[in-house]
Design a protein around this ligand. Structure first.
Ligand SMILES: NC(=O)c1ccc[n+]([C@@H]2O[C@H](COP(=O)([O-])OP(=O)(O)OC[C@H]3O[C@@H](n4cnc5c(N)ncnc54)[C@H](OP(=O)(O)O)[C@@H]3O)[C@@H](O)[C@H]2O)c1
Length: 325
């Protein structure tokens, strides 16, 4: 096929990025039909160096009130052309600035680092937060270790296990996304768990099952089982996606026979153990909000699996809660 001439328009409804104010649009870019949308983004950056591909959103030029969908980086230009009037050799695209971006992994690490750092402050400096020293109960010691281990695991999984299909997200999302972890599982949970009411001499703990080593170790064992199960499902998801690809396949095996998102199920059960062990309102709040969010995501992922894989997707598999939802 011969190379076609592309004209790239910036979205007229939004202001161009400040660093492109002196650029006159439309930019004219030469590209061959075999090249992809990702190549076009790099050619735009060649003309506007600060316009990094990760902050560009390319669509077909809108006509009337219709909002064309975003074109993925892998889409070949010949496939974009194929959807237009026969014989088109020009492509009119529109580029929108998505604003500053942050790496997907960076956002997750910042989210999980919040509680990982906040808990030791409350645990080791009780006088600062409660105005008195706290002789920690076994329950407090164990829960502190469990929570630190959980968030360390999530950071290690983010860095070394997950193969994300998204590269970046808007910079300001980091504040919105971090709120859930930094406030609910960080500040609220740490404040509630290490206070004097849970200490070794408190009436809530002393001479109750919450101070019985056998009960506590059964809880730790159950929690460790759910955490390990969650890790196994993450390792399976990793195995479905060859390195450097965005491939998505039907997960099978451990937990996936019953639900599409057993990783969410095991995460919820792990936090359920923390709730039962402690009876902490903050643990219940974080678990309820997190489970609600995971349930919504699981419903969406389940529907997406069924749409993408059709009859090949196992029938009878639920979204997140076996036999129910
Ligand atoms: N406590 C809470 O409030 C809370 C809330 C949410 C999550 N979490 C924890 O965070 C973990 C990760 O959450 P998540 O929403 O990122 O999980 P996820 O969507 O299931 O994804 C985990 C990883 O697997 C990849 N993946 C998913 N399905 C795949 C498939 N069919 N084929 C190939 N790769 C696939 C994902 O890539 P993509 O980039 O393509 O999606 C991602 O890298 C959860 O399992 C849970 O432990 C906790």
């Amino acid at each position: 096929m011969s190379s076609s001439k592309l004209t790239i328009y910036i979205n007229s409804s939004k202001k161009p990025p400040s660093f492109a104010r002196n650029v006159s649009f439309p930019l004219t870019i030469q590209a061959s039909p075999e090249e992809t949308v990702g190549h076009v983004k790099r050619k735009i950056q060649a003309k506007i160096p600060k316009f990094h591909p990760s902050r560009q959103r390319l669509t077909l030029k809108p006509t009337g009130n219709t909002k064309p969908p975003s074109l993925s980086d892998e889409t070949k230009l010949q496939d974009v052309l194929a959807g237009l009037a026969p014989g088109s050799s020009n492509l009119e695209l529109e580029v929108k600035d998505l604003g500053p971006q942050l790496g997907w992994k960076t956002v997750f690490v910042v989210e999980y680092a919040g509680p990982l750092l906040i808990h030791p402050f409350f645990y080791y400096l009780p006088r600062l937060f409660y105005g008195t020293d706290v002789t920690h109960s076994d329950l407090q010691r164990l829960v502190f270790t469990m929570i630190e281990a959980h968030f360390a695991k999530r950071i290690l999984e983010t860095l070394f296990v997950h193969r994300f299909s998204h590269g970046t997200m808007p910079f300001f999302n980091i504040f919105k996304n971090s709120g859930h972890y930094h406030i609910l599982s960080g500040l609220f949970l740490a404040y509630d768990l290490y206070r004097p009411s849970f200490s070794v001499s408190s009436t809530y703990i002393k001479n109750t099952w919450r101070n019985d080593p056998q009960v506590l170790w059964v809880c730790v064992g159950l929690w460790a089982f759910f955490e390990l199960s969650n890790l196994l499902t993450h390792l399976h998801l990793r195995s479905l996606r060859p390195s450097g690809t965005k491939k998505r396949a039907i997960p099978t095996g451990y937990g996936f026979g019953l639900v599409s998102c057993p990783n969410y199920l095991f995460e919820t059960l792990g936090w359920g153990v923390v709730c039962a062990m402690t009876g902490s309102w903050a643990a219940y709040l974080f678990t309820t909000v997190g489970t609600g969010q995971m349930l919504l995501w699981a419903l969406k992922k389940h529907a997406a699996y069924k749409k993408e894989f059709g009859k090949a997707y196992p029938r009878g598999r639920k979204s997140m809660i076996p036999f129910l939802i």
